[in-house]
Design a protein around this ligand. Structure first.
Ligand code: F6P
Length: 475
């Protein structure tokens, strides 16, 4: 979700840090107001939501792109975090970010639900930009420090950084799925990617299956020995690959949802919607999130009278994302068209069965939406984790509400008491959505309490501590 930021951003001189986070994006992105003046806004995506609380608790530096092409910025402090901006040219945004990262790796790693494109000039830009991030991290880190590299945009950084700074302890975490050999093998640069990742002392994945995929590929395509969770480099040094399911700051979301203004806002949302039952979807507008299938399911439920548009409403929030990538433009047009058709044929003057909000919202508004929704519907075709599912659970402070969750989200392996669905099976999904909302309150509460216990016990602090403890032990 996007959020307007306060102006606590100050320029800061260069200094070295004992702990350095490296991610494609900084926690904040540079935007330009209507009058052309620059401002800062929270960067989109779950990665930033997850990492900000960790960085606020540590005295470290965050190396990343600030979101504006062709702009060179000095390091600055933002809300207590040392930000170290990395410059990207407009051409690099096209080739490295929109191309190689989001039109090659993104679809390939998500079960090829869209066709991955392979372009040599995209790969060249990916290598150049990964080297720039590695150099920026090498410059930011203190002797013997720890560097934690994040996600698929920066898979070559661990090896490059290890070459530049062998004294550092290097961790890598992949936020998205890691595919099985049958898919990964398509990649023309497969060996370079595996070796890039294996430069880390510890390579973290969302689920155990992804770590096994990686270890199997290192053995098969790179030819290194592996022993249990470890891979052994030709110089005899060892790295490790394992699962660390990411989470959210449970207490922060729980406290946010209890704030009187959020409680009041949730009540006013219910009044505005004027419905007996409220279903909710909250996603980046991404083809991996299963929004087409979800809208189709709701359209049929309304059309067939299983849901009455006079009594039920489905609210879909879809934050604009990667708007210059073709596949995302097609998705936006499809969703506009599908929802327009459903509302046009099934709505009335006073009612629209689907309320579609193609925009980002601040965290407190999203928390109020979670608190207002009877049923949260999270149906990705493939998802590394899905933090929205965990945020909904954390915001259900009264212990009620129902979560419908795709079995293809990493979160499904932990959130067993959700109503799980296969989003490719539209009839099955429709049945389960109806079952979840008709379930007796006692049943909903029993499941939600168990979900809340799970997320509270496995929050973002525990995730970071476990990863960093294992990294210390490994090196
Ligand atoms: O892990 C998912 C992810 O790709 C993050 O790396 C990223 O920050 C987020 O989604 C949002 O995507 P983008 O940075 O491309 O807007």
């Amino acid at each position: 979700m996007t959020e307007a930021m306060s102006s606590t951003t100050q320029l800061r001189g260069k200094r070295r840090a004992d702990f350095v986070m490296v991610a494609n994006r900084l926690a904040v992105e540079r935007v330009f107001e209507g009058d052309g003046s620059p401002a800062w806004r929270t960067s989109p995506g779950g990665l930033v939501t997850a990492l900000v609380p960790i960085m606020q608790a540590k005295d470290g530096a965050w190396v990343g792109w600030h979101g504006a092409p062709d702009e060179e910025l000095e390091p600055f402090d933002h809300d207590g975090i040392d930000m170290v901006p990395v410059r990207l040219s407009q051409q690099e945004v096209t080739d490295y970010y929109e191309g190689m990262s989001n039109a090659t790796f993104w679809p390939l790693y998500h079960d090829s639900v869209a066709f991955p494109e392979y372009h040599r000039e995209w790969w060249d830009a990916y290598e150049v930009v990964n080297r720039r991030f590695a150099e920026a991290a090498a410059e930011a880190a203190e002797e013997g420090g720890t560097v934690w590299v994040q996600d698929y945009q920066l898979q070559l950084v661990p090896k490059l950084l290890r070459e530049l700074r062998p004294d550092l302890r290097i961790g890598f975490f992949l936020h998205i799925p890691f595919p099985p050999a049958e898919l990964f093998q398509q990649l023309p640069w497969r060996r370079a990617v595996l070796e890039g990742l294996a430069g880390a002392d510890l390579v973290g994945f969302q689920v155990p299956g992804a770590a096994s995929n990686f270890l199997r590929l290192v053995k098969r395509l790179v030819g290194w020995d592996t022993q249990r969770q470890e891979f052994i480099r030709p110089d005899g040094t060892r790295g490790r690959a394992a699962a660390y399911p990411i989470s959210i700051a449970f207490d922060t979301f729980d406290a946010l949802a209890r704030r009187p203004e959020v409680v009041a806002r949730a009540r006013s949302i219910r009044e505005e919607l004027d419905a007996d039952v409220v279903f909710l979807g909250v996603d980046r507008l991404d083809y991996t999130k299963g929004i087409r299938q979800r809208v189709q399911a709701f359209g049929e439920l309304f059309r067939d009278g299983e849901l009455d548009p006079a009594r039920a409403v489905f609210v879909q929030v879809a934050t604009p994302s990667r708007v210059r990538v073709d596949e995302y433009r097609r998705l936006r047009d499809d969703i506009d068209q599908m929802i327009g058709h459903i509302n046009g044929t099934l709505g009335g003057l006073a009612r629209t069965p689907i309320k579609y909000l193609h925009q980002g919202f601040p965290h407190d508004e999203v928390a109020a939406l979670y608190a207002a929704a009877d049923v949260m519907v999270v149906t990705p075709l493939r998802d590394g984790m899905n933090l929205v599912a965990k945020e909904y659970v954390a915001c259900r402070t009264r212990g009620d509400g129902a979560l419908v969750l795709s079995e293809f989200a990493g979160a499904a392996q932990e959130l067993k008491q959700a109503w799980q669905v296969n989003p490719y099976d539209i009839n099955g999904m429709k049945r389960t959505i109806v079952e979840a909302y008709r379930a007796p309150r006692r049943e909903q509460v029993r499941r939600m309490r168990a979900l809340r216990r799970q997320v509270a016990a496995h929050d973002i602090d525990r995730w970071a501590e476990t990863f960093l403890d294992d990294l210390r032990r490994q090196r």
